[in-house]
Design a protein around this ligand. Structure first.
Ligand SMILES: [Zn+2]
Length: 71
């Protein structure tokens, strides 16, 4: 069954949670575009609502340059 989802205006946004590396608190941001889940990791610039800085965050919530959880 094929459903026409183009009329669903809320389907295009992606919610990503990340930990602000400056404030150390979890933040939720909305990407208004679909970030490719495959291939190379893509970081999107977001203005952090907590600290006001720009962080580069991928769709998995990893913050570029702050990979303290590696391993
Ligand atoms: Zn921040």
């Amino acid at each position: 069954m094929l459903a026409d989802r183009r009329s669903d205006t809320s389907a295009a946004m992606t919610i990503v949670s990340y930990t602000c590396p400056i404030k150390g608190a979890e933040v939720y941001v909305w990407f208004d575009q679909d970030i490719s889940p495959y291939g190379d990791r893509v970081y999107e610039p977001v203005q952090c609502p907590l600290c006001g800085e720009i962080h580069f965050v991928d769709r998995d919530g990893n913050v570029f340059g702050y990979d303290e959880d590696v391993g």
